[in-house]
Ligand binder design. Sequence first.
Ligand code: AMP
Ligand code: ZN
Ligand code: FE
Ligand code: FE
Length: 295
Amino acid sequence: MTFADLHLHTCFSDGTYTPEELTAQARRVDLRAVALTDHDTLEGCPRMAAACRAAGIEFIVATELTAEADGHELHLLGYYVDPENPRLLAELGKFQDVRQRRIHEMVGRLNQLSVPLQADAVFALANCRSPGRPHVARALVKAGFCGTLDEAFERFLKKGKPAWVPKFKMSARDAIALIHHAGGLAVMAHPGLNRTDDCIPQLVEAGLDGLECFHTKHSTMATEFYLQIAEQHRLLITGGSDCHGLSKGKPLIGTIKLPYDYVERLKERFLQRAADNGFLLAGDSTPHSAFRIPR
Ligand code: AMP
Ligand code: ZN
Ligand code: FE
Ligand code: FE
């Protein structure tokens, strides 16, 4: 049997590995297919695609969008989105602007708490357009204001802590529509970490395509529960490690090995959808540029 990991982050969001390093790790743990799911960005995808091609690993373009349903945060994975879709790129740009403004706000709050961290230190460390709390945490540790990343989250950055700033979230319906507009499949990430189980039926109605049943933070019971829900609603099943490189101690890649059959089903659904929507040209097996990058 061969395996996949469909939830991975690089330094283009809050992971620590470059696309090339992440690909080397995927090779080390013998993965046949991977998806890059950086938060609110597709920027790492061309390099990851090139590295995977050289390593003989199948690569799936993706992103992880922050969304909200009934007042609860949830993350939506968009698989096989067209990385050149103008509306998707415009919306990702907005998300990134919000993330950058939020860094300034969080630093402002830290400064009010007499922690003289500088926003520039966070941006220099993040070195990407999609910065987040993990970068603030790392900057706090680097500058010696906190001993560990956990301490940074516990004292300052967790929801409800004094330097926490809420993030703009798109409604889950809009996020699903955006992913579909870009030709992709919308999958609810790590449902076991959300409080959105009750929203699943309404999101299925809104077009949700799949459920990430296999995730590092899902217990066996949670996995079984979500597999049942997926079956009940005829949702695709996905899974991934949510590896952020070395930012959380040991790299998680390799801890979730999704049987490749699930990738086949995902791909079939994508190709079917593309054909239904007329994305496929006669005799052309490349529905959109998700399959073409890099040239
Ligand atoms: P943000 O997108 O800025 O809200 O940050 C979310 C990221 O922070 C995700 O990658 C989480 O895994 C990470 N995160 C959330 N809580 C913690 C925590 N207590 N310790 C370490 N990382 C965390
Ligand atoms: Zn993350
Ligand atoms: Fe997530
Ligand atoms: Fe993630």
